[in-house]
Write a protein that binds this ligand. Structure first.
Ligand code: ZN
Length: 256
């Protein structure tokens, strides 16, 4: 893995080349601004996706200052999509804004932080899974099965590009179960933790995916069969196993 130390390396090369095509097509021709919105949105999305990926897999390390001008120069885009992307990354709690100094990537969770985030999840999610099983309908069951079908196999590789499909599925599935349970306050509290980003940013090894998908299937099987006790215990088992996997990360050198 290539760690970026000063945002002056060539890590943005592929996006830079693509972005040059996009910007030249509208800037050189001087189209009215209204015609640019779809391109600008897609460019901003691409800058966001690329920066997020670099932060998630540690290429941009925790605690690193990100200068908007430097990034926009590296990506060959104007500062606007970079600024928009960094605002979104701040909402994700992957960067903090520094007064008059741009942005800085946030620190990784430490061991206590991991324990606390799982303590909270264990308070919220197993009882929610029990409730969700009690409220199960054929429509919700179809939604759960469809979500499981979005991630049929474990990722191969430990870079964020490889495992982001699993991370997204994990976030959607847990969110869906809370939606079935139907407590908006719990859903909001869970969303504010950004737990999936924080946990997946810590480390990922390719054996995690197999365990995660098997545990998810057990949770979903209990839910769609309308078994509250099994759903609660399957969710508790999944979170406990996930916590053990993440805590073990602190007992050995990082895999990257
Ligand atoms: Zn999960």
């Amino acid at each position: 893995m290539k760690v970026i130390r000063d945002l002056s390396s060539d890590a943005f090369g592929s996006l830079s080349r693509g972005a040059q095509i996009v910007t030249s097509s509208h800037e050189a021709r001087g189209r009215p601004s209204g015609a640019l919105i779809p391109r600008r949105n897609s460019l901003s999305d691409e800058v966001y996706r690329r920066l997020k990926s670099l932060i998630m897999d540690g290429s941009i390390p925790p605690g690193m200052r990100i200068n908007i001008e430097n990034v926009s120069r590296q990506l060959a885009v104007s500062p606007t999509p970079v600024r928009e992307s960094l605002a979104r990354l701040e909402a994700d709690e992957l960067v903090h804004k520094l007064p008059l100094k741009g942005y800085r990537t946030t620190d990784l969770l430490d061991q206590d932080g991991v324990r606390e985030i799982y303590d909270l999840r264990l308070l919220l999610e197993p009882p929610s899974a029990r409730l969700a099983a009690q409220r199960m309908t054929s429509e919700w069951a179809d939604s759960l099965r469809q979500e499981m079908a979005t991630c049929g196999r474990a990722p191969e590789g430990s870079d964020y590009e490889a495992y982001q499909a699993l991370a997204s599925h994990d976030e959607r599935l847990h969110g869906l179960i809370l939606a079935v349970a139907g407590n908006a306050m719990v859903q909001n509290a869970f969303a504010r933790t950004h737990c999936h980003l924080h946990i997946f940013r810590l480390s990922y090894v390719d054996t995690f995916g197999t365990h995660t998908l098997r545990e998810h299937q057990e949770v979903v099987d209990a839910l769609v069969s309308g078994n509250p006790a099994d759903a609660e215990s399957a969710m508790r088992d999944h979170l406990s196993a996930s916590r053990t996997r993440m805590i073990s990360r602190f007992d050995r050198p990082p895999v990257r």
